[in-house]
Ligand binder design. Structure first.
Ligand code: PAF
Length: 269
């Protein structure tokens, strides 16, 4: 994907890969309200709904695609992460997104990741306990992106609930003025949450995967939920109740899925 501005490839969206070029564009946007969606690309319906909301609620919508090496636990996982930038750019352009920001790793990490953001409490639990260092990498890159984009609002999916909590905590602690907005998890018709990882499931695994949200929702004890998941062939990393949610991470062979639901009763009229 080539650099900067509306491109030869007939997209109606501006693509910016160079940080200095982005900073000039950002200065020119002045006081316009900016909605920002950070992603690692390989966009699906979940991302697109975040993009639509960013577009609806702000004057300018900016999406980033940056496959962040520092938040992967396995080098292999980083190396094989789907890179679908051409297809993603087309989708974003079709959704009238104004800017795609897609920087290179060496531009984002001029310090070789010697400077890191660490949260010392909730980042150690659940996902953090199973993926050591993951949240350091995630928080560090999100801070860099928030500093570069200087958005009015940034949109995060609730599927990564612990990520959202940590980003919110970071912006409060570091006095960053972007509003961090949680958006409800987008699900396929069989309830499986959209995720780039779903593509790695073969048809049989994909069918089994749909049991994960359904079992997570059962009004049962955590022990019973774990046992039911195991009886369907899932390997369970954790199921836990915290922060008004029931959260879980499971494996189907080598594919890891996460999800969570609210445990606070929803008020109805
Ligand atoms: O949720 C993601 O896709 C990533 O963790 C994020 C927020 C884009 C940071 O790399």
């Amino acid at each position: 994907m080539s650099n900067q501005s509306k491109q030869e490839n007939s997209l109606t969206m501006n693509i910016v890969t160079d940080i200095e070029a982005w900073q000039v564009i950002r200065n020119n946007l002045g006081n316009k309200t900016i909605g920002f969606v950070p992603t690692m690309g390989n966009l699906h319906e979940g991302h697109l709904q975040l993009c639509q909301r960013a577009k609806r609620e702000n004057e300018v919508a900016i999406i980033s695609i940056f496959i962040n090496p520092t938040q992967f636990n396995e080098q292999q996982d980083f190396a094989t992460y789907p890179r679908t930038i051409e297809q993603d750019a087309k989708l974003l352009s079709d959704h009238q997104i104004d800017y795609l920001f897609a920087p290179e790793v060496n531009q984002m990490y001029p310090d070789q990741y010697e400077i890191q953001v660490t949260e010392t409490m909730i980042s150690r639990e659940l996902e953090g306990a199973h993926r050591p260092g993951h949240f350091n990498g995630m928080l560090t890159v999100v801070l860099k992106l928030l500093n570069l984009i200087k958005a009015t609002r940034a949109y995060f999916g609730e599927k990564d609930y612990q990520q959202w909590l940590l980003v919110k905590k970071m912006v409060t602690a570091l006095f960053i003025s972007t509003d961090i907005i949680a958006c409800e998890t987008v699900r396929a018709s069989d309830q499986l949450a959209f995720s780039s990882r779903n593509q790695r499931l073969n048809p049989t695994q994909r069918e089994t995967a749909a049991y994960f949200p359904k079992i997570l929702k059962q009004t049962e004890t955590i022990e019973k939920i774990i046992a039911t998941l195991q009886s369907h062939g899932f390997k369970v990393d954790y199921i836990a109740e915290k922060w008004g949610r029931r959260l879980g991470a499971v494996w189907l062979d080598d594919v890891r899925l996460i999800d969570n639901i609210s445990t606070t009763p929803q008020l109805t009229d």
